[in-house]
Each structure stands twice: as structure tokens, then as C-alpha cells.
Ligand binder design. Structure first.
Ligand code: SF4
Ligand code: MG
Length: 317
């Protein structure tokens, strides 16, 4: 039972050593086997950072990430390779994530051969079966990334991730760079793979429409914190956190004309210097004095639903 994350807190060290970014705070998330969680928020909310921590690419400065009870990263920040190969990531831009000078068959085979998941003599057949699984011609394994469309490249990136037989797949905006018609095809592929392989996943998106059909539960993030976590059906039927409501209101509704598009009031504050109390208070229509003073805790509302808002917990006064 892949249980990820107890309290993943605080300062995350990215790229350069000196670059310390407070991107994610007090996040606690458990993913059940076979479950897909959608992770939604505006850009800069920390969802990609959280995804990278889950995949073992970034190390949380406090707290821990556990996979089947074992920590994903060692305290010193060195990766535990055996574990991290079982957690694979699919990135937003498939062109940037594929080596342009490598035939895609070699790219897909590289990881599983190196980790002895497949013998090198069987790599070609293994790659061909993966390519057909993601809806690509098996003969394409001799081609290079530039010979594919964006949607095909994302299928290759998914095949490369699946080649590692991952127990958990982290997809970071996997369709955001694709045309809308292609997005639907890649989402349908993901749904088929979920059914066939029983995938466990974290599906990151800024788009509520995208996660709706692929997620069992959805976590809404704002400035590094999860503000609402609910079964997908409940969230879409009755969003409870004011930020979730504002996100829904900002989505243009089909057939209702352009006037319906309503961006959320105010700018997203810097995650380096978040507002006091509830970080959403400068943009929230319901904010009261308590909201500036006190950080709302993520609390149960009803079965399986959590929200972090004083309105749901004693009021804003
Ligand atoms: Fe709005 Fe206050 Fe709830 Fe934050 S805690 S979302 S400011 S009502
Ligand atoms: Mg991102």
C-alpha cells in the first residue's frame, strides 16, 4: 500500500545549493494502491515541487516521504535508488525530457536494462510491446524524438515511465503543452492504462477539467498548502473551500459566452513571503479578522472530505 507523505513540510532545496525555496508547507497526503490523486492549483502553488519531492527528485527539509513504510529519500538527501525507480515521473514537455540524439527505442529501454528489469537481448521486444501499449507503431522504436508529434512524444514519455514497472506514476501537467484535441487522446490513453495496469498516480494540473475524469480524489493547493482534499465527485458537485470555488468560477463554461470567464481577484502572492494567517485572505470574499491572524487547519468536513477554512471551523470572526 504505497503510503506517501506524512508531514512533508517546509524548505525544499532545489537545483543550486544556495537556492532554498519555501514552496510546500505542512502537506500530508496518502495515496492508496490503485488510486489516482489529482493535484490542482495555479502556477507557483508548489504542485510541481510536491510532485518532484514525491518522485525523489527534491528532498524535503522537514518531514518524510514514505513508500510502503520506507523513506523515499535518505535524510542526507541521497536518493534510495531501488525505491525511486519504482516511482516514475512524466513531465510537461515531452520534447525537453527526451534525448534528441537517441532513438526512442533506446530511450525507453535504457532504464529497465540498467536496472535489470529486462535482459538486453529482450529489450527490443520489450520496447515494442510498450510502444503498442501506448498506441504507437512498434516499428517507431528506430525513430528519433523530432520525428514525432507532441502527442506521440508524450506517449513515448509514458512508455518510458511504464518500462520501469512503476508502483507510482507522477504526471506533472502531462497534457498542458498539447492541443486540446490531442489532450483528450492522451487522457483517454491514461484512463485505458489505469484500467489495464491498475496504476497508482499523482496527476498534476492547473486545469480542473483535466483532472476530473482521471482522478479518484482531488487535492487543491494554494501557496504551498493543500486547502481542500475530496473525492472527485464531491469536489465537483460541491466545492467547499473559497479558493476552490473561485477556481471553478474562473473556468469559462461552454456555451455561455466569454463573459462567464472570471479570473480570481488579485495577484498570487509570492510563496517566499506568503500573507499571514490564511494565505488566501487578501483574495477571499469571505475573509474576516481571524483569517489574517490564524492559519486554518485542514480538517474533516464529512466522510473523506477535508478543507482548511475558518468558515468550516468556527467562523471567521
Ligand atoms: Fe477565506 Fe478565511 Fe476561509 Fe481563508 S480561512 S479561505 S480567508 S474564509
Ligand atoms: Mg509546474
Amino acid at each position: 500500500n504505497p503510503s506517501l507523505g506524512e508531514k512533508i513540510a517546509g524548505l525544499v532545496t532545489g537545483g543550486a545549493k544556495s537556492e532554498v525555496v519555501r514552496a510546500v508547507t505542512d502537506v500530508s497526503l496518502t495515496v492508496d494502491k490503485g488510486e489516482v490523486i489529482g493535484l490542482v492549483g495555479e502556477s507557483g502553488c508548489g504542485k510541481s515541487t510536491l510532485g518532484r519531492m514525491i518522485a525523489g527528485i527534491y528532498t524535503p527539509s522537514e518531514g518524510s516521504l514514505r513508500f510502503e513504510g520506507k523513506p523515499v529519500a535518505k535524510p542526507a538527501g541521497r536518493r534510495v535508488d531501488k525505491l525511486t525507480t519504482r516511482i516514475q515521473m512524466v513531465h510537461q514537455d515531452p520534447f525537453a525530457s527526451l534525448n534528441p540524439r537517441m532513438r526512442i527505442g533506446d530511450t525507453v529501454a535504457e532504464g529497465p536494462v540498467a536496472h535489470k528489469l529486462v535482459a538486453s537481448g529482450e529489450a527490443a521486444a520489450y520496447v515494442e510491446s510498450l510502444l503498442s501499449r501506448v498506441g504507437l507503431d512498434a516499428g517507431y522504436r528506430r525513430r528519433f524524438p523530432h520525428q514525432f508529434s507532441g502527442g506521440q512524444r508524450q506517449r513515448v514519455a509514458i512508455a518510458r515511465a511504464l518500462a520501469m514497472k512503476p508502483d507510482l506514476l507522477v504526471l506533472d501537467e502531462p497534457v498542458a503543452s498539447l492541443d486540446v484535441s490531442i489532450q483528450a487522446q492522451v487522457l483517454n490513453l491514461f484512463m485505458d492504462l489505469r484500467r489495464e495496469l491498475g496504476l497508482t498516480g499523482i496527476f498534476i494540473s492547473h486545469d480542473l477539467g483535466v483532472v476530473r475524469h482521471v482522478s479518484d480524489r482531488v487535492a487543491i493547493m494554494y501557496l504551498g498548502r493543500i486547502v481542500e482534499l475530496s473525492p472527485t465527485k464531491d469536489l465537483y458537485a460541491d466545492p467547499r473551500h473559497p479558493y476552490t470555488k473561485a477556481l471553478f468560477d474562473s473556468v469559462p463554461k461552454l456555451g455561455q459566452g466569454q463573459g462567464v470567464f472570471k479570473p480570481i481577484a488579485g495577484e498570487i502572492p509570492s510563496p517566499l513571503n506568503p500573507p499571514s494567517g490564511c494565505a488566501f485572505h487578501p483574495r477571499c470574499a469571505f475573509a474576516g479578522p481571524r483569517c489574517k491572524a490564524e492559519v486554518p487547519k485542514l480538517k474533516p468536513l464529512s466522510t473523506g472530505r477535508l478543507a482548511a477554512c475558518h468558515l468550516e471551523d468556527g467562523g471567521v470572526q
